[in-house]
Design a protein around this ligand. Structure first.
Ligand code: INI
Length: 163
C-alpha cells in the first residue's frame, strides 16, 4: 500500500497575509504582533504583502477577520489577542465569542483564520507566551498561517495531488 500524504510548507514567498490584532491588553498583543511579523518575514512573506488591522478588543476580532477573508486578498488571516481572566464572567464571554467567531468565520469563508488569542488567568502567563519563557504564540500563529495557506493551495490548486 502506498499511503499518499500531503501537508503544507513554511515557504511564505508570495503569500498575502492579513493580521487582526486587539488593542485590549496591548502590552501583550503588541508582543504577539512582533512575534507574528518575525515569523512571517523569516519564512519569506514580504512586508508589502502583510496588512495589520487593529480592533478594540478580542470580541471584535471575528468580524474583521471574516471581512478580510471574504475580500479574497489574503491566503490566511492571523488573529491576535489576549483575554485575561478578571473578577467577573466577562472573560468567558469574550474568550468564547472570539474563539467561536473565528472558527465559524474560517469555515464559512473557506480561508484559514488562525487563532492566536491567548486566554490566561494572569498577565504574567500571557507575557510568558508573548515572547517570554513559553515562546511567542504570535510567531507560532504566523507559522500556522503559512502552513495552512500552502496546504489550502495544494488542495485547491491545479496540481491535483488527490486525483
Ligand atoms: N478584550 C480583550 O481582548 N481581552 C480581555 O481580557 C477583555 N476583558 O477582560 O474585558 C476584553 N474586553 C473587551 C472586549 O473584547 C470588547 O472590546 C468590548 O466588550 C467591546 O465590545
Amino acid at each position: 500500500m502506498v499511503l499518499r500524504q500531503i501537508e503544507g510548507s513554511l515557504h511564505g514567498q508570495g503569500l498575502r497575509i492579513g493580521v487582526v490584532v486587539s488593542r485590549f491588553n496591548q502590552v501583550v498583543t503588541s508582543r504577539l504582533l512582533d512575534g507574528a511579523m518575525e515569523g512571517l518575514l523569516q519564512h519569506g512573506v514580504r512586508e508589502h504583502d502583510i496588512i495589520v488591522a487593529w480592533v478594540p478588543g478580542s470580541f471584535e476580532i471575528p468580524l474583521v477577520a471574516k471581512k478580510m477573508a471574504e475580500s479574497n486578498r489574503y491566503e490566511a488571516i492571523i488573529c491576535l489577542g489576549a483575554v485575561i481572566k478578571g473578577e467577573t464572567a466577562h472573560f468567558d464571554y469574550v474568550a468564547g465569542e472570539a474563539s467561536n467567531g473565528i472558527a465559524k468565520a474560517a469555515l464559512e469563508v473557506g480561508v484559514p483564520i488562525i487563532f492566536g488569542v491567548l486566554t490566561t488567568y494572569t498577565t504574567e502567563q500571557a507575557l510568558d507566551r508573548a515572547g517570554g519563557e513559553q515562546g511567542n504564540k504570535g510567531f507560532e500563529a504566523a507559522e500556522s498561517a503559512i502552513e495552512m495557506a500552502t496546504l489550502m493551495r495544494l488542495l485547491g490548486g491545479s496540481e491535483e495531488p488527490l486525483a
